[in-house]
Write a protein that binds this ligand. Structure first.
Ligand code: G3H
Ligand code: ZN
Length: 285
């Protein structure tokens, strides 16, 4: 039984200066693979379910309860997180189901409106001991268009976190969602400036566009929670495609989804190794 709160995984990582892998679950096989990869390297991990994945399944409970059960059976600490929620009703359902955290994404709203709705979600979640992540400075690509241009202002980030009471902050530093190539260039100086400006852990979204070296550099400069989805789907799909191409008579879904699951588990184990890099301790002045 190893379902834990997200803060129990992210807070020690933020203090220790190492990264936490947060991987998106769409099918049950994703959850199984992500936990298998984490168990292979003995690392904690976050299973996250996006509002888009919930829409795909027609509801949060079927995929959410499955992820929670996979987490409970894990041999390593596993948290379950609602990702990119924009509807308060879905946040309330996640809290009821026993999720450890939610990311409420009001980043498209004007600053004051983002502060207002995020503060309300923090109040609702903290009343049930649920950890909250918010986003400031919209990370692009959510509409499928690669848009790495937005940047989060450190002073605004400090004010936003203080006013809303969020537990972690997603920031725009050069990544963009759903990139198929790992060619994103991150603003490492900005990550360091954000790290110095805010007290809560920082979250990197759209991390599939970053190479292993760039992910490690992001952690060294101050990122803690690192969200990865598309990269794992690439691994999953390539394995499934390979299996089906190799055997045109194959009809048992377990044979090809199992190949996808194994590929994702291997990649999760690799990425958790990349993220285990440590930020050098800052000398006390
Ligand atoms: O919230 C989820 C992530 O930001 C995943 O983005 O698909 O580009 O890795 P990605
Ligand atoms: Zn994201």
């Amino acid at each position: 039984m190893s379902l834990v709160g997200t803060g129990e995984i992210v807070a020690p990582a933020a203090h220790g200066g190492y990264g936490v892998g947060a991987f998106n679950v769409i099918q049950l096989e994703h959850a199984e693979a992500i936990v298998a990869g984490a168990e292979a390297v003995g690392a904690p991990v976050v299973l996250q379910i996006s509002e888009n994945a919930v829409r795909y399944h027609g509801g949060l409970a079927p995929v959410g309860v499955a992820a929670l059960e996979v987490a409970r059976a894990a041999a390593v600490p596993v948290a379950v997180h609602l990702d990119h929620a924009t509807e308060t009703a879905m946040v309330e359902e996640a809290v009821r189901l026993g999720f450890g955290s939610v990311m409420f994404d009001a980043s498209v709203l004007p600053y004051e409106e983002n502060v207002r709705v995020t503060t309300e979600v923090v109040r609702l979640c903290h009343a049930s001991g649920v950890w909250v992540e918010a986003e400031l400075g919209e990370v692009g690509g959510k509409d499928g268009v690669h848009a790495p241009g937005a940047r989060t202002d450190p002073a605004e980030a400090a004010e936003f976190t203080a006013r809303t009471g969020v537990d972690a902050l997603a920031v725009a530093v050069g990544t963009s969602h759903a990139m198929l190539t790992r060619t994103a260039s991150l603003d490492l100086d900005l990550i360091a400036a954000l790290r110095a400006a805010v007290t809560v852990p920082l979250v990197l979204h759209g991390s599939s566009g970053a190479s292993d070296e760039t992910l490690a550099a992001a952690v060294v400069h101050g990122m803690t929670k690192v969200n990865i989805a598309t990269h794992l789907n690439k691994a999953f799909t390539a394995a499934v495609r390979g299996r089906l191409t190799a055997d045109s008579a194959l009809v048992d879904t377990r044979a090809y989804l199992g190949a996808g699951r194994e590929a994702v588990a291997r990649e999760v184990a690799h990425l958790l190794g990349v993220l285990s890099v440590r930020r050098p301790a800052v000398a006390a002045s």
